[in-house]
Design a protein around this ligand. Structure first.
Ligand SMILES: C[S@@+](CC[C@H](N)C(=O)[O-])C[C@H]1O[C@@H](n2cnc3c(N)ncnc32)[C@H](O)[C@@H]1O
Length: 244
């Protein structure tokens, strides 16, 4: 399969986008009455796989996980963290590249299913946590953090929230650790892509990260960042020389 293939992996994959859009619409309805965390738990309780991530009918998501794993820097990671892991399918791919992987999600039902589905992978564990309130016991532990298609579910996602969040995530990294951000991206001018761009830029311009690389695939954007552990002595190290 050509990675640069500009359209859906197959016509069937249109169905995946329709199902995901339905789940997102349902989430929006529930969020206003129940709050974000309870809404996410409710969609998992109502549907075994709300974003059809593991459905054998669609190739797009499976292919995406393969690309993300294959584009990791060629090194063995010690401890990887998959934030907003859902059913743990991407966590499972990461387990081939790290000594241990921890998948974390706010929805207890997702975590319970992930534990059952991946019980055969000995270096993979799952815990229920909210990204907005991660325990300090996780600080400084991870040399790889993956955050795939999660941050746009956080509300409110204004500049102040993004700044707080990027700082908190940087605190989870061990020295030399990297963070991979993955979010939906279609065209530079559609509103969802603009939101993804804003999220990634907030991390890129944070004084806690430096940009390593970025690539796009249909229909997602991937940004790799390194944590700046020497915060006191290092000036801002982002690779973009000037900020518009
Ligand atoms: C579209 S799914 C993506 C799942 C997985 N990252 C993947 O790529 O297959 C979004 C996931 O983010 C989780 N999530 C959203 N907000 C969260 C939060 N505040 N804390 C932890 N997980 C969260 C949801 O429960 C859901 O499982």
């Amino acid at each position: 399969m050509n990675e640069a293939m500009p359209f859906f992996m197959g016509l069937r994959d249109v169905g995946l986008f329709v199902r995901s859009a339905r789940t997102d619409a349902r989430l929006n309805q529930l969020r206003s009455t129940q709050g974000a965390a309870a809404a996410l738990e409710a969609v998992y309780a109502a549907n075994p796989d709300p974003w059809a991530a593991g459905s054998p009918h669609y190739r797009y998501q499976r292919r995406k996980y393969e690309v993300l794993a294959s584009r990791l820097p060629p090194r063995r990671f010690h401890h990887a963290l998959d934030l907003g892991c859902g059913l743990g399918l991407l966590s499972r791919h990461l387990a081939a590249h790290a000594d241990s992987v921890l998948g974390v999600d706010v929805a207890p039902t997702a975590i319970a299913r992930a534990r059952v589905q991946h019980a055969d992978v000995p270096n993979l564990a799952f815990e229920t946590h909210n990204i907005m309130a991660l325990p300090s016991s996780l600080d400084g532990r991870f040399d790889l953090i993956m955050i795939a298609d999660v941050l746009y579910y956080l509300f409110p996602l204004d500049d102040a929230a993004l700044k707080t969040l990027s700082r908190r995530i940087a605190q989870l990294l061990s020295p030399g650790g990297i963070c991979m951000l993955v979010n939906h991206y279609f065209f530079a001018f559609d509103s969802e892509s603009r939101r993804s761009r804003r999220i990634h830029d907030a991390f890129i311009w944070s004084s806690d990260f430096t940009l390593d690389s970025e690539y796009r695939r249909p229909f997602y954007l991937v940004t790799q960042l390194s944590g700046i552990s020497e915060r006191v002595t290092q000036p801002h190290k982002n690779n973009y020389a000037t900020r518009p």
